[in-house]
Write a protein that binds this ligand. Structure first.
Ligand SMILES: Nc1ncnc2c1ncn2[C@@H]1O[C@H](COP(=O)(O)OP(=O)(O)O)[C@@H](O)[C@H]1O
Ligand SMILES: [Mg+2]
Length: 196
């Protein structure tokens, strides 16, 4: 079961969030169409860096950050306010790898790197079918990838220099993507410790 959310900006977004303090450990967002490998990649990054993997779908279920089940979408109805309140605390000290298909609900200064995973249609189709998704849900997600909705959404919310688009089609690519993110994290930490 997935988590559904709409892209409308929250009215009180400005009022509710004060700026996050500077972090010595980075927060990394891994986003992309369902099936592109967010959870597997984020888990690998967490192991390499000792950061904590936060899978939003799981968190929403376990912490009851939703308003019930939406039959039409076969997903939980995300309560954005509850999720953001919860995450704001969790992300404060950095060192988190967050994995979610959406990105424009998060304030820009919560993250230091935004990774958008990409997968070709044929492979994505097989992965989603293998997951037991209905044909219409598979199609919906394939279209999402074709129109690169997750990438556009990330671009609408985060500065271009924070965003890295990575192809995630083979096991080797997953490994090299995770290592690349690890190296980026190490560079961030070296820099943040070096500054006064
Ligand atoms: N780069 C990749 N190479 C091979 N298989 C992959 C790759 N990325 C993901 N997979 C496989 O595709 C499926 C979906 O991956 P998952 O991490 O659950 O995606 P997401 O969290 O984005 O929905 C899993 O079975 C996973 O093992
Ligand atoms: Mg996942």
């Amino acid at each position: 079961m997935d988590v559904s959310y709409n892209n409308s900006p929250s009215d009180d977004e400005e009022a509710r969030f004060s700026a996050m303090p500077e972090r010595t450990l980075p927060n990394i967002l891994v986003t992309g169409t369902p099936g592109t490998g967010k959870t597997s990649t984020a888990e690998m990054v967490a192991q390499l860096t000792s950061f904590e993997h936060m899978e939003i779908g799981k968190l929403v279920r376990e912490q009851q950050l939703h308003d019930g089940y939406l039959e039409e979408y076969d997903s939980l109805d995300l309560n954005e306010d509850k999720l953001l309140d919860y995450l704001e605390e969790e992300l404060r000290d950095g060192g988190k790898v967050v994995d979610f298909h959406g990105s424009d609900l998060f304030p820009e200064d919560w993250f230091d790197l935004v990774v958008v995973l990409r997968t070709n249609n044929t492979l994505l189709y097989d992965r989603l079918q293998g997951r037991g998704y209905t044909e219409s849900k598979v199609q919906e997600n394939i279209e999402c990838e074709i129109f690169q909705e997750c990438l556009e959404e990330a671009r609408s919310q985060f500065p271009e220099e924070m965003i890295v688009e990575l192809v995630s089609e083979t096991a080797d690519q997953m490994e090299s993507n995770a290592e690349r993110i690890q190296q980026w994290a190490e560079a961030f930490m070296a820099k943040s410790k070096a500054s006064p």
